[in-house]
Design a protein around this ligand. Structure first.
Ligand code: FE2
Length: 125
C-alpha cells in the first residue's frame, strides 16, 4: 500500500486512509482497498471537476449535473492532492452543495478525489 490509499470496512462502512507506508504491507485485516474510478457511465455524475482560481481550486462533483446530496446517497468528502505531498479535504453532509473551495497555495499538479457513500471513490484523472 502507499500513502493516500483508502480502505473500507464492509461491515461498519468505516473508511480510512494511509498516512505513511513503508510498502511492506498490502492489507489491513477487515478492510478492502478502494479503487479510484475515473469513468462515469451512469446519469449520476461522480468524477470530480477542478476549476483553477486565482486563490486556489474549486472542485465540484458532476461537471454539468450535480451529484445527489440526500440522507441516503451523498458525497461524504472531496479532497485535493497538490504536488503529491499536500492533501486538503472537505467533509460534506446531506443537503450541502457537492462542491468544495480550497483556498491554498497552488502547485504544478493537482488531483481531486471524492467519496460517494454508495458508489465509492472517484478521481479526476
Ligand atoms: Fe453516488
Amino acid at each position: 500500500m502507499k500513502r493516500y490509499d483508502i480502505f473500507k470496512c464492509e461491515k461498519s462502512n468505516t473508511v480510512i486512509d494511509v498516512l505513511v507506508s513503508e510498502g511492506a504491507c498490502n492489507e489491513i485485516p477487515g478492510f478492502v482497498k478502494l479503487e479510484e474510478k475515473t469513468q462515469d457511465a451512469s446519469t449520476e455524475k461522480h468524477v470530480p471537476y477542478i476549476e483553477e482560481h486565482a486563490d486556489g481550486y474549486f472542485v465540484k462533483v458532476g461537471k454539468e449535473v450535480a451529484h445527489p446530496m440526500t440522507e441516503q446517497h451523498y458525497i461524504q468528502f472531496i479532497e485535493i492532492i497538490v504536488d503529491g505531498d499536500r492533501l486538503y479535504r472537505k467533509y460534506l453532509k446531506p443537503g450541502d452543495e457537492p462542491a468544495a473551495c480550497f483556498k491554498v497555495v497552488k502547485g504544478t499538479s493537482v488531483v481531486a478525489r471524492e467519496y460517494c457513500n454508495i458508489h465509492g471513490l472517484w478521481k479526476d484523472k
